[in-house]
Design a protein around this ligand. Structure first.
Ligand code: FPP
Length: 247
């Protein structure tokens, strides 16, 4: 039985988060410009998004541009923003055909106007699609997200709308950019780096972490199935002991 068929026999992760790392190194290894690495990164993202939707994953959240990525050389930032616009234009068809709804998290208001307009259009055109939600984390930083949530709650306390002693985890959940999304079951990072890099810090409290040496442009459907297979063969105890789970 193929890996693809095998993973369909067991419960799938409902939400997969990915840190797509290694575009630059992939390009360097081949003697290409970094921008070519990012272009191939978009191809990998298309493959993984369609394979995820086809397998039955409901949420895929990918780190496309971090708050810290603004510090990269201006030429690279410009190339990434141009790539974002052209990819959104090209991929609307892929999203529609695979019934994938586009969503974003992060300070997208810091992106160039052209990116904001293109994002708004694709988000609107895919808003009724229900097979899978693809969330692009853009100008995203988790500490920033948590700080924003705290500010909102602090304002509610100030106006008397909320009593500080009544604050629960649910208040925090509902004020994160990911409000109404389940937490990721599985977080994948490519390129042999073992870091979280300010990604979904609150939301991954109980996620299974999967690291692979594959560089993002080389990460294909079979690699995704392998990560899912690995996830399915772990025991998620959520603080309990094995015997409690099996009884
Ligand atoms: C990490 O590789 C990748 C990124 C910072 C961007 C990821 C973007 C895409 C896959 C394209 C889709 C997104 C947009 C915004 C068009 P790296 O450059 O950090 O690689 P390196 O660590 O090898 O240098």
């Amino acid at each position: 039985m193929s890996l693809k068929e095998q993973i369909k026999q067991n419960p799938l992760p409902k939400h997969i988060a990915i840190i797509m790392d290694g575009n630059g190194r992939w390009a360097k290894k081949k003697g290409y410009l970094r921008a070519i690495g990012h272009e191939n990164g978009v191809d990998a993202l298309r493959n993984i998004a369609t394979a995820s939707a086809e397998a039955g994953v409901r949420y895929l959240t990918v780190y496309a541009f971090s708050s810290e990525n603004w510090n990269r050389p201006k030429t690279e930032v410009t190339a990434l923003m141009a790539l974002l616009v052209s990819s959104l234009r090209k991929e609307l068809k892929t999203l529609t055909e695979n019934k994938i709804r586009l969503n974003t998290i992060g300070h997208t208001d810091s992106l160039p106007k052209k990116c904001q307009n293109e994002l708004a259009e694709v988000i609107q055109k895919t808003s009724d699609l229900t097979h899978m939600t693809l969330t692009l984390a853009l100008s995203y930083g988790s500490k920033e997200e948590i700080t924003d949530a705290i500010k909102t709650l602090a304002h509610q306390v100030k106006t008397g709308e909320l009593n500080p002693d009544d604050i629960t985890e649910e208040h925090i959940n509902q004020n994160l950019y990911t409000a109404n999304m389940p937490d990721p079951d599985l977080l994948i990072r490519t390129s042999g780096e073992y870091r979280i890099s300010n990604y979904l810090l609150w939301q991954i409290a109980y996620s299974e972490l999967y690291f692979t040496d594959k560089l993002w442009p080389d990460f294909g459907a079979e690699d995704l199935y392998e990560a899912i297979w690995n996830y399915q063969h772990r025991e998620r105890r959520f603080g309990k002991i094995s015997e409690q789970l099996n009884s």
